[in-house]
Design a protein around this ligand. Sequence first.
Ligand code: R5P
Length: 296
Amino acid sequence: MLIIGCSNSRALAKKVAEQLGASFSSLEAKHFPDGELYLRFLADVRGKDVVLVQSMQPNPTEALIEAIFAAETARELGAKRVGLVAPYLCYMRQDTRFKPGECVSSRIVAKLLRCVDFLITVDPHLHRYRSLGVVFSVNTMKITANGLLAAYIKEKIKNPVIVGPDWESYQWAEEIAKQCGAPVTVMEKKRYSSRHVEVKLKNDVSIAGKSVVLVDDIISTGHTLIEAMKALKGHKPRAFYCLGVHGLFAEGALGKLKRAGVRTIVSTDTIQNPTARISVAKLLAEALESHTKVFK
Ligand code: R5P
């Protein structure tokens, strides 16, 4: 197996290759003067199982094109099979036509990725789709970082109460709370726009004196977590911690969260960012091992 580190995930791809004892090579990626993408494989892919590792953040649209160009090129160069590990899968939140005329981008991304033999991803944003198989026609495998987040909380945070900021986050909050043996609550969120949300506590879970650990799959503008903290401040928690699987931190979200009073922000390395202190490399390596066996 040859692991290829694409632009957004070279460090993670290298760690995955080390875990597997597999060969590693970086994909050369640069731009022509007019902004178009130039890619080149630096290792021979002929006859090999090639695994591209490319997180779809930052620059999601370009990251996606890079993965598609790389997959097609690997095939042209004679790769036996081409898999894609997209630790963060972009465009999954646009999973319905919220307003007439809108593009349901997730369905189109699934079609574009028909160019790979399999796709492995971490905690994709599945809300209206039951599973990736509803939209993807290639073999997919979804892995979860819940166990890693729970282990972090157990080791580092005293007296936690796990809080999901919205209904969609129950799948992370409840599972993580179960693994930590901590109480859990899920708040109610109303989204008015990408940058305007309202978050309310629905029940009277005990917060006073506790470490409130807000957990979500995606931290993008940070407004969801900031509004959740605002709603909980009056309940006198000891401190706020924010844990996200995917730290996108758009529009200065990291600074905004810190100014809103969070003690610690932690994410996984599905996206390279300064809070990525939990690595999914081992999980991805295990997934690749089992996946490549299953699909041989
Ligand atoms: C949406 O339901 C997701 O689970 C996150 O809650 C959302 O993407 C966070 O976005 P933001 O940080 O921009 O509020």
